[in-house]
Design a protein around this ligand. Structure first.
Ligand code: SF4
Length: 109
């Protein structure tokens, strides 16, 4: 007697699940656009880009020295949201590491 309702509920749950999966896939695809920026790229080198902010030499890049805690993930130019890698306005078409840093860092928010 309740069988038709169960079917329709199942369909709604399934459709909702697929929509959520599509959204998640869409977000993943957006975050994964473009190759990862190589720290050896000439423009990356010019700006002191590294994939891990802990390896920045503050003597060479004094902007990083104070305050520390700067990284791509908390830079206003990072477009990756919570993803480990994401686009950056300074390096179009490439992805930078959320844990990375470069001398163009500006505070988010
Ligand atoms: S501009 Fe910001 S997000 Fe882009 S590489 Fe430099 S620190 Fe990272």
């Amino acid at each position: 007697m309740n069988e038709p309702m169960n079917h329709s509920r199942r369909r709604i749950l399934l459709t909702g699940g697929l929509a959520a999966a599509a959204l998640a896939l869409g977000r993943g695809a957006a975050a994964a656009e473009g190759p990862r920026l190589s720290p050896d790229d000439p423009q990356a080198k010019a700006l002191g880009y590294v994939e891990n902010a802990s390896s920045v030499d503050p003597a060479q890049w004094p902007k990083f020295a104070d305050p520390s805690g700067q990284n791509c993930a908390n830079c206003a130019l990072y477009q990756g949201g919570d993803a480990d890698w994401g686009a950056c306005g300074i390096f179009p078409g490439k992805q930078v590491a959320g844990a990375g840093w470069c001398n163009a860092w500006v505070p988010a928010g």
